[in-house]
Write a protein that binds this ligand. Structure first.
Ligand SMILES: *Cc1c(COP(=O)(O)O)cnc(C)c1O
Length: 449
């Protein structure tokens, strides 16, 4: 059997990152911080948020963008959300505390997630946050809590997506009716309905949004406010180019992975419609059973559109940097060991792999020309702790001391699974900013002690 060369899969990146590749800063930071680290680019977060708002404005739709906080734990993104007047979507008391502490107003928070804790619900009601109610028993707890506090709770009723009937989230049609009846008599303000779909399908989102607009009209007949719907998150991110992705998916084979590893599936790293354009597409689509595009239906019904993007607001807003700590030659490829773990690149923990290619940042001038295929292992004692099983065709020969820059990792990759396994320190987060009075980028740590 002849073995073919492993295919390449270049990741999209930005001029900001490209200019850092030629800057001594990356190696200096590694030296100064003494290990792997994450880079954060708040400027990209701002630009992505502006693009989402622009999509709403273009369609003439009133609405609000909430940053789904679970996609990254950094302080800087909630700080930016507060400054920009974005809302934040939280699902735990810790996330709510973070949002409030960084200046997000309680009224700009939406609380999602199933069976929310008593503490989370209490603070949310006291702060006047919007609570997406997931179940009837939860609604009863909200009603009791609000009555006890002498407050009115602001709620959305989360709909179980009819197209995803096995979802464990949301209320089915009958439960929605029950909820509406209970709300019309209790200390709650039903501001509308919500859903969050897995996957990235535009049509499914437009169809269900159309149904939620009708639900609003129905709820109003019961004397409820119902003037907004939330379509959740799930706006795709386009990590790699169309041709690169097609070629990669056609050419890659088990022999292109260390130990002939196979995966049952990969994230759709290329997406022709992504980010704010996906919101545009949803607003421009005509929901099933309707005659007009969603944007028109919303305006005609006086319904505001809330969206909760996580990953898409973080597109190109971060990278993850590891250093090569060892190079082991194998038959036709190398096994690199870096100074971090796959806990800092989460895709492995979903039995998959983050395929967009890391960039090798050499620490010396003289490097042989490649390609040099290499997989990337972690500095742990677990056989399975690989950061990239894939044999990446590096253009230069990787040597100890070189850096690997994994691109576009801010959305879910960098910290959702991090723990100090093996007593390894968690990679610090470094915020990169570009002050107008400086030609060089300026950095600071994400959290001040
Ligand atoms: C996770 C989540 C989001 C964000 O999803 P993305 O795919 O990151 O956009 C939004 N809303 C809810 C309710 C969620 O659970």
């Amino acid at each position: 059997m002849t073995t073919s060369a492993p295919p390449s899969l270049a990741a999209r990146t930005t001029d900001e990152v490209r200019s850092l590749l030629d800057d001594p800063l990356l190696h200096e930071l590694h030296h100064g911080l003494g290990g792997p680290y994450h880079l954060l680019f708040p400027g990209r977060f701002d630009a992505n948020a502006a693009a989402f708002r622009e999509a709403l404005a273009e369609a003439g739709v009133e609405g609000q963008v909430y940053f789904a906080k679970k996609a990254n734990k950094a302080a800087v993104f909630v700080e930016r959300a507060a400054v920009l007047g974005l809302g934040v979507d939280v699902a735990s008391h810790g996330e709510l505390r973070e949002a409030l502490a960084h200046g997000v107003r309680g009224a700009d928070v939406v609380v999602t997630g199933p069976a929310k804790s008593e503490q989370l619900l209490r603070v949310a009601v006291l702060q006047g946050s919007l609570v997406a109610v997931d179940a009837i028993d939860e609604l009863d707890r909200v009603l009791a809590l609000a009555a006890g506090l002498g407050r009115t709770a602001r709620v959305l009723l989360r709909r179980l997506p009819p197209g995803q009937p096995h979802s464990r989230f949301g209320l089915d049609e009958d439960e929605c009716e029950t909820a509406l009846r209970r709300c019309s008599a209790g200390p709650v303000d039903v501001e509308g309905f919500s859903f969050h779909l897995s996957g990235y399908d535009v049509r499914q989102r437009a169809d269900l949004a159309g149904q939620l607009v009708r639900l609003c009209l129905h709820a109003r007949e019961m004397g409820l406010r119902a003037d907004r719907i939330s379509i959740g998150g799930g706006f795709a991110v386009d990590y790699v180019g169309a041709d690169d992705w097609r070629r990669f998916t056609e050419e890659h084979r088990p022999e292109h992975y260390h130990a002939d590893k196979t995966f049952s599936g990969f994230y759709p790293y290329h997406s022709p419609v992504a980010g704010a354009d996906a919101l545009r597409a949803v607003l421009g689509a005509t929901p099933a059973g309707e005659r007009e595009p969603l944007a028109r239906l919303l305006k005609a019904a006086g319904v505001r559109l809330l969206a909760e993007p996580g990953r898409a607001l973080l597109d190109q807003a971060g990278c993850t940097v590891f250093a090569v700590q060892g190079v082991k030659e194998r038959d036709g490829y190398a096994v690199l060991t870096v100074d971090g773990t796959s806990l800092s690149l989460s895709e492995q923990w979903f039995e998959s792999e983050y395929l967009p290619e890391p960039v090798l940042v050499p620490h010396t001038e003289e490097s042989d020309a490649g390609p040099f295929p290499a997989c990337v292992g972690a500095a742990t004692c677990l056989e399975s702790d690989m950061i990239s099983w894939r044999k990446i065709p590096f253009p230069l020969r990787p040597v100890v001391g070189d850096l690997l820059l994994y691109l576009n990792t801010a959305g879910y990759q960098m910290d959702s699974n991090e723990s100090p396994f093996h007593e390894l320190a968690l990679p610090p987060k470094v915020v990169i900013e570009h002050p107008s009075d400086s030609v060089r980028p300026r950095w600071r740590l994400d959290r001040h002690p």
